[in-house]
Design a protein around this ligand. Structure first.
Ligand SMILES: Cc1cc2nc3c(=O)[nH]c(=O)nc-3n(C[C@H](O)[C@H](O)[C@H](O)COP(=O)(O)OP(=O)(O)OC[C@H]3O[C@@H](n4cnc5c(N)ncnc54)[C@H](O)[C@@H]3O)c2cc1C
Length: 490
């Protein structure tokens, strides 16, 4: 037994792992390999690790400029934070919640609580009726009287909502949520992926609003939508991951743009832009975004080569404002917009949402404005940073319903993000399953990241752990497929 164990340890120590991409997926995958003693190198093309978890100093305050929270669903991000000794930094957002703006004839109203993807459980609830009006509520109520679908079910979330609840629920409640969360229109979202169980509950209860009520009652008071953050920002998670990796003798190299990968006789050869010699590895974990991952792997894994359409681009302008009018948090923790009503997509009033940001801002306000959605370039596209900040300020003023003079702007940082196609897009789940089969059939390869797992830390972290576990087992015990089929988290 001891000899067997010693052999395993020595085998792990002899296993060289290269992780391409040091976003959260790559760092988590690297940690899983480093933990068992493998020799791990993370290569990231940017000048800092973390990918879409980014931080910047704005008017002297260090702030998240990308991901700012994580969904508590599944508990895996919380567990990772705990494992890294950051549990005492976990914080929850203010309970005020977000508002909806740009509602025709209404303007602004608090986002109703208790729905699923914006679909209400009760169209007559005052907070819902305020947004969809009496006619919208009557139309939605017809859903209770219609026969349920008995044969098959509707995959498109947009068509499902439009048919059963009418255009007002779709345009005023559901579209703002899918645009905010997925940067996509409801028509293009697969209801079964975005809201698993909704169609089955519809068949059981006989109505879509009844299905939402049942799903909400079965899962506690703040299901799915519950999020947490970290005092000091989500980048403290990246810093802690990098520190833990270094303790485990792993190497995290930044400004290391990988330009090619090849597999020769069981060894991966990874070319880095600035280096002459290739990095060699027994295991390759590809953690770069979709376009790069497919391009780098195309020669070795032809099944992953694909012409991609334009990826959604999001630009986020993070501003620090001297604006006493915002002390009252006029729109709660932030706003979602009815698509078409504003040039911006969403806004977060960070000082109203997170107490650690309010403490750091010391009487000033932090507001993040996001631009860009599926099929539409961000309204900031082509503007220089000063003009982008001016547009963000004007949009914030309109969205928050307060006058914000140019002199209120104490500092601004603008960041650009290219996103992958939403995991909940129609047809995407089947495509992802096919890609996973192709990856699993390639010895010594794992692929992780939001483009396969779906966006969001609560999706990316457990997926990276599962996929790394698969390749780790394959390397140490030779059973590559043990955890890839079915739910490895069980
Ligand atoms: C503006 C914004 C806000 C968000 N807010 C939230 C939120 O509040 N909560 C939440 O849960 N999720 C949020 N998300 C989503 C979440 O941030 C992502 O799903 C997640 O961070 C993706 O991680 P990843 O490792 O898959 O990819 P990425 O973070 O994109 O990492 C990929 C890495 O690969 C590197 N790379 C690329 N090409 C190469 C190459 N050739 N060689 C080497 N390295 C390369 C990049 O530099 C990058 O570091 C947000 C996303 C955005 C854009």
């Amino acid at each position: 037994m001891t000899q067997e164990f010693d052999e395993l340890v020595s085998h792990a120590h002899d296993t060289r792992v290269v992780v391409v991409g040091g976003g959260i997926a790559g760092l988590v995958a690297a940690l899983e390999c480093a933990k068992v003693g493998m020799r791990v190198t993370v290569l990231d093309g940017a000048d800092r690790p973390g990918g879409a978890i980014r931080t910047a100093e704005v008017a002297g305050i260090r702030l998240d400029t990308g991901a700012e929270s994580y969904a508590t669903r599944g508990g895996t991000v919380h567990a990772l934070i705990d494992e890294l000794g950051l549990a005492d930094r976990i914080t929850t957002p203010d309970a005020a919640g977000a508002w909806l703006v740009g509602i025709p004839g209404v303007g602004a109203a608090p986002l109703p609580k208790g729905g699923v993807l914006g679909i209400p459980a009760n169209p007559w609830a005052p907070d819902v009726r305020r947004i969809i009006g009496w006619t919208g509520a009557w139309r939605a109520y017809l859903d209770r009287l219609r026969p349920p679908l008995t044969i098959g079910h509707e995959h498109s979330l947009g068509r499902l909502v439009r048919t059963r609840l009418g255009a007002k629920v779709l345009d005023r409640l559901v579209s703002p949520v899918t645009t905010g969360v997925y940067s996509a229109r409801p028509d293009d979202i697969d209801a079964d992926v975005a809201a698993p169980g909704l169609n089955n509950a519809l068949t059981r209860t006989g109505s879509l609003t009844g299905a939402v009520a049942q799903m909400r009652s079965g899962s506690g008071s703040r299901p799915g939508s519950a999020v947490e953050g970290l005092a000091g920002g989500m980048s403290t998670l990246v810093d802690a991951l990098v520190a833990r990796l270094q303790e485990l003798d792993a190497t995290v190299t930044t400004s290391a743009q990988v330009t090619a990968v090849a597999r020769e006789g069981g060894t991966w050869r990874v070319a880095v832009a600035r280096d002459e010699a290739d990095v060699e590895a027994d295991l390759l974990i590809m953690a770069a975004p979709e376009d790069t991952a497919r391009r780098l792997l195309a020669a070795t894994v032809p099944g992953l080569a694909r012409e991609l359409g334009p990826a959604p681009v999001v630009e986020v302008v993070t501003m620090v404002l001297d604006a006493p009018a915002l002390h009252a948090a006029p729109r709660g923790t932030g706003v979602l917009t009815v698509p078409g009503a504003f040039r911006a997509k969403a806004l977060t009033h960070s000082t109203a949402k997170w107490s650690w940001v309010a403490d750091a801002a010391d009487g000033r306000h932090v507001v993040r404005v996001s631009f860009g959605a599926q099929g539409e370039p961000p309204a900031t596209e082509g503007l220089d940073d000063t003009a982008a900040a001016a547009l963000a300020l004007a949009e914030a003023s309109a969205m928050l319903g307060v006058e914000l003079e140019p002199r209120a702007l104490l500092g601004a940082v603008r960041e650009r993000y290219t996103q992958s196609q939403p995991g909940a897009a129609l047809g995407r789940a089947a495509e992802v399953a096919e890609m996973r089969r192709t990856v699993t059939a390639t010895p010594g390869l794992a692929v992780v990241g939001a483009w396969l797992a779906g966006a969001g830390l609560a999706q990316v972290v457990p997926d990276a752990r599962r996929e790394t576990d698969r390749i780790r087992r394959a390397a140490l015990f030779g059973n590559a497929t043990e955890t890839v089929e079915g739910d490895a988290t069980a």
